[in-house]
Design a protein around this ligand. Sequence first.
Ligand SMILES: C[S@@+](CC[C@H](N)C(=O)[O-])C[C@H]1O[C@@H](n2cnc3c(N)ncnc32)[C@H](O)[C@@H]1O
Ligand code: SF4
Length: 377
Amino acid sequence: MFGLYVHWPFCKSKCPYCDFNSHVRAQVDHGRWRAALLREMEETASRTGPRMLNSIFFGGGTPSLMEPETVAAVIETAKRLWQPAEDIEITLEANPTSVEAEKFRGFARGGVNRLSMGIQSLDDQVLTFLGREHSAHEAKGAIELARDTFDRYSFDLIYTRPGQSVAQWRDELDQALKLCGDHLSLYQLTIEPGTAFHTRHRLGEFEMPDEDLSAALYEETQSHLEARGMPAYEVSNHAIPGGESRHNLVYWRYQDYAGIGPGAHGRLTVDGMKRAEIRARLPEKWLGLVEEKGEALSELETIDEEQQFQEALLMGLRLKEGVPLDRLPVPQWNMLRNSGRIEALAAEELLTLTPEKLQVTEEGRHRLNAVLGYLVG
Ligand SMILES: C[S@@+](CC[C@H](N)C(=O)[O-])C[C@H]1O[C@@H](n2cnc3c(N)ncnc32)[C@H](O)[C@@H]1O
Ligand code: SF4
């Protein structure tokens, strides 16, 4: 499997919780950006060689602020440079303001067949707290339009919010279940350094739910959605069977992907060696470098076996399906196998090992950072 990630780094405003590579600019020269994305993709293809392309993902930032012509041109060029799989998944992340919803049909005409919307909450007060530009009413309208326009759609909600109770969250989940397609992403709010929330939280403007409430909210999410046919297939992602995000599965299964646009990452196997690619992060720097040199690589390095082992575990253990042992480099696996750590985690019912695969339990997935820290830290 092989995927292409395309990063669009602009947003209308910066949400107070967000530490993604997203920037607010008064003006964007869409023609220059379109040309630069196409050019960087051509350069990247010269390194990947011919491949079957299974997915394209427009992420951000806010890709629904892109011109539909740009999205269509990127898709067309990608399909020319690589061989598109018959069932290629083409996802675009969208914010559900009405202005952006007006562009949905244009994106679909350009080839997008899956929409992933940042709904975040179905409650107006919470949307205000989260600094969002849309109302719950607009969000529902955008979801309905996505349902009529795309083969598949998903949306994101953020929970473990200040003042949130399990009962309130269950009601919101029930509303979401009525509106959702084949996929839902449910993220626990994290306070990231460098964000406005980080400062406001430190100043005591709001309090986050404590560990017990946070665990209760997580458990409720798992059991409520499992019982309604949308089990978690990854820590924060739920789908009806077959509705999983194929693009994200490429990352979690540690398969190859190329990334273009500011700050985009790639992992490419070339001549039997896995390589990491990272692009310049600042939009203006990226644009200048692509116009000057054809692409904006800030790092290109070979990933040694130790690093591959760590990355394959960090990614793969997020998935309910676990990590097949034949994905792991043998010397590093043997070392871990003989270290006693797997037995220790298995004794606490956080992990299971079969002759074929290593898997975290549901409890282990909830405490994934601690489990991973112990395994590969
Ligand atoms: C690349 S971001 C956003 C895409 C799009 N711009 C939007 O806002 O809808 C992907 C998702 O990450 C989640 N997210 C971002 N920062 C988060 C945080 N600090 N805690 C929890 N979820 C977060 C949000 O649900 C968001 O929709
Ligand atoms: S959450 Fe989305 S819209 Fe808000 S700043 Fe981050 S990327 Fe932009």
